[in-house]
Design a protein around this ligand. Structure first.
Ligand code: C5P
Length: 231
């Protein structure tokens, strides 16, 4: 069985809005509802655990669960003050039930996730136990220590930009989260917790379309992608 954790417990300070970005409308529908649609429509995924902030309980129930029907959303849980803590809360639910072999972890603010990418993640995790969606870097990358001058130009052929979904065999990601907790390690994604166990994490090819909604401009970009897909 394959579960999904959608983390949506962030407060979204960068979008300058009282309504957090995962609940703002994208083509008339909350960002998070677009994300949930993609997972709901993927037959290989048996259940979805949504991680929300306790402050957003009402808006989540009204604007997402109240307006749309999701058969695969099994539960919602409250997240923590960091993304890592939020994922951990979702993972605990899935681990305690002991029904799933794999989990896909995805940011609620990446609403343009495609069925093809979900499929690549599922095939990848079945084969490799740990996979990370990522795209190769097209920009030339500069390393700086002082934020003012360039210290080094990095070899961009060796740099990939990580996205979500990231997918893992349950016992492996559980071990990674427990070890991170014991060591007080804070990572910005889930793969980094597995990497520090010394276990391989394989890339699956992500997509430029799978953008993370961070700024108001990202809403415009996401709408353009959606219009382009509709044509
Ligand atoms: O913080 P960032 O913008 O990278 O957030 C990525 C995803 O993690 C978002 O969907 C956000 O709602 C979620 N998140 C969370 N709990 C937090 C912080 C972020 O679920 N404490």
């Amino acid at each position: 069985m394959i579960s999904a954790i959608i983390v949506a417990a962030g407060v979204g300070e960068r979008v300058n809005s009282v309504v957090p970005k995962q609940y703002l409308p994208l083509m008339g529908k909350p960002v998070l509802a677009h994300t949930l649609d993609a997972f709901e429509n993927c037959p290989a995924i048996s259940e979805i655990v949504v991680v929300i902030s306790p402050f957003h309980r009402e808006i989540f129930l009204q604007e997402v669960m109240g307006r749309f029907s999701y058969k695969r959303v099994r539960e919602f849980v409250f997240g923590g003050s960091t993304r890592q803590e939020s994922v951990y809360q979702g993972l605990k639910v899935i681990k305690e039930r002991g029904e799933s072999q794999f989990v896909l972890i995805h940011d609620g603010v990446r609403p343009l996730i495609s069925q093809n990418l979900l499929k690549r993640c599922i095939e990848g995790v079945r084969e490799h136990q740990a996979v990370c969606s990522a795209v190769p870097c097209v920009d030339t990358l500069k390393f700086t220590r002082d934020g003012k001058t360039i210290e080094q130009t990095l070899d961009r052929t060796k740099i990939w930009r990580a996205q979500t979904p990231q997918a893992f065999e349950i016992s492996l990601i559980w071990e990674a989260f427990q070890r991170a907790e014991e060591d007080g390690f804070a990572g910005t994604d889930d793969a980094s917790l597995v990497e520090r166990l010394g276990k391989p994490v394989y890339f699956v090819t992500g997509s430029e379309e799978n953008l993370k909604i961070t700024t108001p401009e990202d809403f415009l970009r996401a709408e353009e992608w959606l219009r382009w897909k509709d044509r």
